[in-house]
Design a protein around this ligand. Structure first.
Ligand SMILES: Nc1ncnc2c1ncn2[C@@H]1O[C@H](COP(=O)(O)OP(=O)(O)O)[C@@H](O)[C@H]1O
Ligand SMILES: [Mg+2]
Length: 250
C-alpha cells in the first residue's frame, strides 16, 4: 500500500536570472512501512522534496496525496501530526528538554498524557539520553537537540516521519543505534522518508533508495540493488566517490 503518491511535481523559486527550478517533474510513490532514503549530490532537491510532504511548501504543478487524499484536503494541524517533519536544524523552545518533548501535547488534548514509562520509551526510540530531560534544551548539543526533536515528533504518534539528515551530528555508534530504532518503527507500520549523505548508514538501514540530482528523481530501487550497481554511470560513480571520501576521512 502506498503512503504517498506524487505526480509530476514541479517547484521553482524566483532567482536573479529568472526562476530557479528546485524540482522538475518528479513522479514517485512511497510505500507504507518502509524506510526510504533520499540520496544524491548537494543541491539536488532532497530537502525541497521532503518539505512538500507535509505542506511546508506547495508545488507549482503536480499533485501530492497521502493515504489516498490530496494534501490540500487535509486539515493542516491534522496533517502535521500525522506526517512529522524533523528538520536538519533543530527548532528548540525555551525550557527543559522534557518541556520540549511534551510541547506538542498542548495542541492535541486527545493524546493520553505521557507517563514515565512512555517518556522512557520515547527516549529509547529517539536515542535521547533520559538523564538530560531536566536540562535546559538550549544547552544541549546539536545532535542531542536533533534527537529531542525526533522524540517530540514521536510523542504525537505520527504515521510518517520525514527526517532531514538525522545522523549528521551523531557519532557512528549512536547513528547505528538510531538506525535500529527507525527500523523498529517501520515494523510498527511507520513510514520513514529521510535524507542522508551517509551511504554506509543507508546501506545498513534503508529499504528503498532514491537518487536525486538537479531537481530530478533519477532512480528509485531497493537498497540492495542500488549498492550492487557498477561504476559505469553517473550514479555508480557517485556511490564509488562517497566510499572513496569515507576512506579519506579515515
Ligand atoms: N528557500 C530557498 N531559497 C533559495 N534557494 C533555495 C531555497 N530552497 C532551496 N534552494 C536551492 O534549491 C536547490 C535545491 O536545494 P535542496 O532541496 O536543499 O537540495 P538538497 O537537500 O538535495 O541539498 C539548491 O540549489 C538550494 O540552494
Ligand atoms: Mg538538504
Amino acid at each position: 500500500m502506498n503512503a504517498f503518491e506524487l505526480q509530476h511535481i514541479c517547484r521553482a523559486i524566483p532567482g536573479d536570472e529568472g526562476p530557479q527550478s528546485l524540482l522538475n517533474d518528479v513522479t514517485v510513490c512511497f510505500e507504507k512501512g518502509l524506510l526510504h532514503a533520499l540520496v544524491g549530490p548537494s543541491g539536488g532537491g532532497k530537502t525541497s522534496l521532503l518539505r512538500l510532504l507535509n505542506r511546508l511548501d506547495a508545488p507549482d504543478a503536480g499533485t501530492v496525496s497521502y493515504a489516498g487524499r490530496d494534501l490540500g484536503c487535509w486539515e493542516p494541524r491534522r496533517l502535521r501530526r500525522t506526517v512529522a517533519f524533523v528538520p536538519q536544524q533543530p527548532h528548540i523552545f525555551p525550557g527543559t528538554a522534557r518541556d520540549n518533548l511534551l510541547f506538542g501535547l498542548r495542541f492535541h488534548p486527545d493524546i493520553v498524557p505521557t507517563d514515565q514509562q512512555r517518556l522512557s520509551e520515547l527516549c529509547a526510540l529517539s536515542q535521547f539520553p533520559p538523564d538530560l530531560l531536566s536540562k535546559p534544551a538550549e544547552k544541549l548539543s546539536i545532535g542531542q537537540q536533533q534527537r529531542l526533536v525526533l522524540a517530540r515528533a514521536l510523542c504525537l504518534e505520527p504515521e510518517v516521519l520525514l527526517l532531514d539528515e538525522p545522523g549528521s551530528a551523531l557519532d557512528r555508534p549512536t547513528a547505528e543505534a538510531l538506525g535500529r530504532s527507525l527500523r523498529h518503527l517501520c515494523r510498527r507500520s511507520v513510514t520513514i522518508i529521510l535524507v542522508s549523505h551517509d551511504l554506509e548508514w543507508v546501506r545498513n538501514h534503508a529499504d528503498q533508495v532514491l537518487f536525486m540530482e538537479a531537481g530530478e528523481l533519477k532512480l528509485q530501487c531497493p537498497a540492495a540493488a542500488f549498492f550492487n550497481r557498477g561504476v559505469e554511470d553517473r550514479i555508480g560513480r557517485f556511490i564509488a566517490g562517497q566510499k572513496e571520501a569515507l576512506h579519506h576521512d579515515g
